[in-house]
Design a protein around this ligand. Structure first.
Ligand code: NAI
Length: 290
């Protein structure tokens, strides 16, 4: 069954101890789910659990430290969820890093870091949790956090980030049709500016990818960025996500401010597309229609 209520549902939220992930966690807890915050940063976990401690449903929240790029660790986390909860109902692939810097200075360490967390983390989530979500037969839902950066042509220095988020978006769009037969819904979260700690990306970089990075100066600059007062509150994103899960909404978009840029990009692709129709033969090869 697709998710119809959060009562008694088990949700696993990566990057769940800060920013958008924490906002989603708070709303799912408030609406009756049992939530596990899976996060790289113990300081974020401690801070998040302290926030829940005063509330009425604090026993509905637990946490585990997880680096979503570490497949062994991820497998253990999925097994733990199976052993302790009989498997999860909702997966939120939300952990991400805010990579930016001049392309000419980018090294493989920067590509591996950006794609490793933002794309690899999502792939690892699908790979480790799908089998148990299909096997328990209760159906469920997978939300993955991309970005509106996937839907517009981004300004300079954002190529790696934009590409990583576009990969998440297209992966999930395609996965949705395939998972429907197992009653597993799929949503893609496309946020604009939301209050969070994403400017701390430099602290989330593992030592082996810090070495040789060409983005150190850019990440130090990002670390000084001030969160805007008018950026969206993470809890508001949480409500959008919760409603999206119940309705199995494909695209969960937080802001309308990039609509013109989104339209311009889509229109440019359409404008470049010939009107000629092609057909596919029975071997899957394209050929021009006579
Ligand atoms: P945040 O930094 O406040 O939260 C991200 C959490 O992910 C942190 O707690 C961090 O410790 C954790 N994390 C980082 N690397 C990890 C790893 N390898 N394994 C496990 N956990 C890891 O940032 P925010 O903004 O809440 O980010 C959440 C998602 O939203 C990201 O995917 C980000 O790209 C996306 N996003 C954020 C926007 C914003 O304006 N805040 C806009 C568009 C997308």
């Amino acid at each position: 069954m697709p998710i119809q209520s959060f009562e008694g549902k088990i949700a696993f939220i990566t990057g769940g101890a800060s920013g958008i992930g924490l906002g989603i966690s708070k709303v799912l807890v408030e609406r009756g789910a049992q939530v596990v915050l899976a996060d790289l940063r113990q300081d974020h976990i401690d801070h998040a659990l302290a926030e829940f401690a005063g509330g009425g449903r604090s026993n509905a929240v637990s946490a585990l430290q997880l680096d979503v790029t570490n497949r062994e660790q991820y497998r253990e986390a999925a097994k733990k969820m199976l052993d302790e909860f009989g498997g999860i109902d909702i997966l939120v692939n939300n952990a991400g890093v805010g990579l930016e810097g001049p392309l000419l200075e980018a090294t493989y360490a920067d590509y591996d870091f950006g794609f490793g967390v933002n794309v690899g983390g999502v792939i690892n989530g699908f790979t480790e949790f799908l089998p148990q979500m299909v096997a328990h037969g209760r159906g469920g839902h997978i939300v993955s956090t991309a970005s509106l950066a996937a839907e517009v042509v981004m300004p300079p220095q954002m190529a790696i980030y934009a590409a990583s988020k576009a990969a998440v978006c297209h992966f999930c769009e395609s996965a949705k049709g395939e998972l429907a037969q197992h009653d597993i819904g799929v949503s893609i979260l496309l946020p604009g500016p939301v209050k969070s700690n994403i400017h701390e990306t430099i602290d989330n970089r593992p030592a082996h990818l810090r070495e040789g990075s060409g983005f150190t100066a850019s990440e130090k600059k990002l670390a000084r960025r001030i969160v805007g007062d008018n950026w969206m509150e993470p809890v508001d994103v949480g409500h959008l996500v919760a409603d999206g899960i119940l309705n199995n909404t494909t695209y969960l978009v937080t802001h309308g401010m990039y609509k013109d840029a989104m339209r311009a990009r889509a229109q440019a692709v359409l404008d470049a597309t010939p009107d000629r129709m092609e057909v596919v033969d029975s071997f899957g090869n394209y050929r021009d229609e006579e």
